[in-house]
Design a protein around this ligand. Structure first.
Ligand SMILES: *Cc1c(COP(=O)(O)O)cnc(C)c1O
Length: 501
């Protein structure tokens, strides 16, 4: 096989079909030998993995493409995490559907771009159409704008950027992107809760507001921002402070908690502050009639972050940023003649370059559109609800096990709990040590992949917990019980109870 054949040519398409078969056979071969979601042996096993890789990835002379694809794909599968394994319940990282991956292959072969009209005329049309449908699903008007992004982190950054420019323009008549923040006399403020995703705090730093601009609004035990506390924080703002945004969360990363969006939208509207809703995880609720009440009020946000690579069964990157305020997108305009010119734009050769932080940008909409077309809204609802049912099932099994303590009822598809030490009156450090130890032991053996969450215990102290993230709708109740049994068995090995023998 000629390694320089280009995928899109007739010869290339034949070679691609052959190489795809080679890759898929390698994946199937490795999958049949898997024993758990992670390779056994932990970090030490990665040294063995390193020994299996070629000495250099830049050899003087290349080798047969089929051998390369077979060898490297097999290594990646053998030493990677198997997201389709029912015991892979640790990361907010879904196993993608076959239809999504097939569409992604097509997109990669076409390698369309969104940076100029001629980089991908249909890719731009597809993204616009998909965003319009997602905006409508979120309850936004047809005038809404947005962009596909690399994920919630980038969407949250875009939100704060747009909110910053909007707030400063209205307050001081200054175009921050041009003049910078130094001309701003007031101290910018971003209101969020302690459990707001870390990317919001980082974004405040990146865009020059400083992470000190974050004002932490009081939240309840589940981490839901108290609307009256947000109201009070805004009412307390001094004349030398500038509230830039109120950031709410629809589906927190640990407990899956949803802020009271209607109440927060009313607070934001009263104070003329940009409301951004981080629904990176909670977006799944948009597809489910049963969960729709959780995202009530989302339509009143100024902007929303959604991730379909978390709760949408598409490969990363499938981030979505939406705003009800299309005029605010102008901060992203890119005035580069090589991308587009006003004359071209006026004649319809318009590009999406001015709607993204990126220049070169992949056609991420294809796999998302294919997944949604293949499943439909009803199919998405079924998958989402199967995952929430699994979470409820896990909670019952945890409740019934004397060795385990459930932190709180699951809201979405995360289940947060911890193992109880053998000594009933053990101090908090002993609980934390046991739970951290259980998680590491499971990863080390590769038997199960569970996450860590620091949430308040029943006494309100920040405590180490274990977290199951259930995003695999094919998992059965008994497989899930098997994972919980493995957790309990590991706890008993580390910290045996006398009567355990
Ligand atoms: C995962 C997550 C993010 C970050 O999204 P990425 O796609 O990883 O960039 C932001 N917010 C919430 C609530 C998340 O769960």
């Amino acid at each position: 096989m000629d390694p320089s054949t280009l995928a899109g040519s007739p010869d290339g398409l034949r070679q691609l079909a052959d190489l795809t078969t080679v890759a898929l056979e390698a994946l199937a071969g490795e999958a049949s030998r898997r024993e758990g979601p992670l390779p056994a042996g932990g970090p030490a096993a990665m040294r063995t993995a390193a020994d299996e890789t070629p000495e250099t990835f830049i050899p003087e002379h290349g080798s047969d493409p089929a051998d390369v694809v077979r060898g490297l794909t097999a290594l990646a599968a053998r030493w990677g995490v198997d997201l389709a394994n029912p015991a892979a319940v640790g990361r907010m990282q879904c196993a993608p559907t076959a239809v999504a991956v097939a569409a992604e292959l097509g997109a990669a072969a076409l390698n369309q771009g969104l940076q100029a009209w001629e980089s991908g005329p249909f890719a731009a049309l597809l993204e616009r159409r998909l965003l319009a449908d997602l905006a409508a699903l979120a309850g936004f008007p047809p005038t809404a704008a947005g962009s596909m992004t690399s994920g919630g982190t980038a969407s949250n950054l875009m939100a704060l950027l747009l909110a910053r420019d909007d707030a400063v323009r209205r307050r001081a008549g200054v175009d921050v992107s041009r003049a910078g923040l130094s001309s701003l006399a007031a101290a910018p403020r971003v209101l969020c809760a302690a459990g707001t995703h870390v990317s919001v705090r980082r974004a405040a730093g990146f865009i020059g507001l400083g992470s000190d601009a974050i004002v932490e609004v009081e939240a309840d035990r589940l981490g839901r921002m108290l609307p009256q506390a947000a109201e009070a924080a805004l009412a307390r703002m001094q004349s030398d402070e500038l509230p830039v945004a109120l950031v709410a969360t629809a589906g927190t990363t640990d407990l899956g908690a949803f802020d009271a969006l209607p109440a927060l939208a009313a607070v934001a509207a009263r104070h003329g502050v940009w409301l951004h809703v981080d629904a990176a995880y909670g977006a799944g609720a948009l597809f489910s009639e049963r969960l729709a009440h959780l995202v009530e009020g989302l339509d009143r946000a100024d902007s929303i972050a959604l991730d379909l690579h978390k709760f949408g069964w598409t490969p990363a990157s499938s981030g979505v940023f939406l705003t009800r305020r299309p005029e605010a997108m102008s901060v992203l305009a890119q005035g580069a003649a090589y991308l587009s010119t006003p004359e071209d734009e006026a004649l319809g050769f318009s590009s999406l370059a001015g709607s993204s932080l990126q220049t070169t940008r992949r056609a991420d909409a294809l796999k998302v559109a294919a997944t949604l077309l293949a499943l439909g809204r009803a199919g998405m609802q079924e998958l989402v609800e199967r995952c929430t049912d699994l979470a409820l099932h896990a909670a019952r099994a945890i409740d019934a096990n004397p060795r385990l303590e459930l932190a709180t009822e699951p809201i979405l598809t995360t289940v947060v709990f911890r193992c109880r030490p053998s000594r009933p009156a053990a101090p908090l450090e002993e609980w934390d040590r046991l739970n951290a130890g259980v998680r590491r032991a499971l990863m080390q053996e590769g038997r199960a992949l569970v996450a860590r969450a620091v949430v308040p215990d029943r006494a309100g102290r920040a405590a180490d917990h274990l977290k199951l993230v259930l995003l695999n709708p094919a998992t059965t109740a008994s497989q899930l019980e098997g994972v919980i049994d493995a957790i309990v068995a590991t706890a008993s090995e580390i910290d045996p109870v006398e009567s355990d023998g």
